[in-house]
Design a protein around this ligand. Structure first.
Ligand code: ITT
Length: 191
């Protein structure tokens, strides 16, 4: 079985990535020690730098997942600051910021950063488009899931199995897997 260290302190993320990759014969080991997070407007450089830093520290293949919700009416806020805003404001106050806004368009984005020791990092983005709900709905998932509506239901209402079929994280992992399978078939090619 192939093993990848996944550096994350987020239980919800870890469970989703573990469940998806397990079905492809990849074992994911959680590392809760964190990684240096660059202050950037985009998720890609944050994920790339973090994965490379830890891969070289542990001398193991490493994956990180940097994610956020980007709300159009708030000019993309909270985006890369989603963790900070979840901790400081939480969903009820985000909904307050959205009071009176009729354009509820938003997207979730995950960037998977992957790196092997001594190599360059790779990034695999995934996006899902949806809307900010008018109230929290559903108890599934984590974080912003109860306020993110996808085709009429929030990710909180959808349940983990259904969310994992369509989510931003799923799309990022699918893109990673496409590359990873190619690498397994042509191991000499590296990246
Ligand atoms: P690690 O950096 O340790 O992986 P984190 O929770 O700090 O964990 P991020 O920096 O990527 O991760 O922060 C993303 C924020 O967006 C955080 O508040 C998450 O709870 C939230 N989030 C990420 N993916 C989500 C998802 O699929 N559904 C709902 N909220 C999500």
């Amino acid at each position: 079985m192939h093993k990848i260290v996944f550096v994350t302190g987020n239980k919800g993320k870890f469970a989703e990535v573990r469940d998806i990759l397990k079905t492809f014969g990849i074992e994911v080991i959680q590392d809760k020690n964190g990684y240096p997070e660059l202050q950037e407007d985009d998720l890609e450089p944050i994920a790339a730098y973090g994965a490379q830093h830890v891969a070289n520290r542990l001398n193991m293949p490493v994956m990180v997942d940097d994610s956020g919700i980007f709300i159009k009416a708030l000019n993309g806020f909270p985006g890369p600051y989603s963790r900070f805003i979840e901790d400081r404001l939480g969903n009820p106050k985000v909904l307050k910021l959205m009071e009176g806004e009729t354009d509820r368009t938003a997207y979730f984005k995950t960037v998977i950063g992957y790196c092997e020791p001594g190599k360059e990092p790779l990034v695999f983005p995934g996006i899902v488009e949806g809307k900010v709900a008018y109230e929290e709905r559903g108890t599934g998932g984590f974080g912003y899931d109860p306020i993110f509506e996808y085709q009429g239901e929030t990710f909180g209402e959808l349940g983990d199995a259904e969310k994992n079929k369509v989510s931003h994280r799923r799309r990022a992992i699918d893109s990673f897997l496409e590359w990873y399978k190619g690498k397994l078939e042509n191991p000499d090619q590296g990246h």
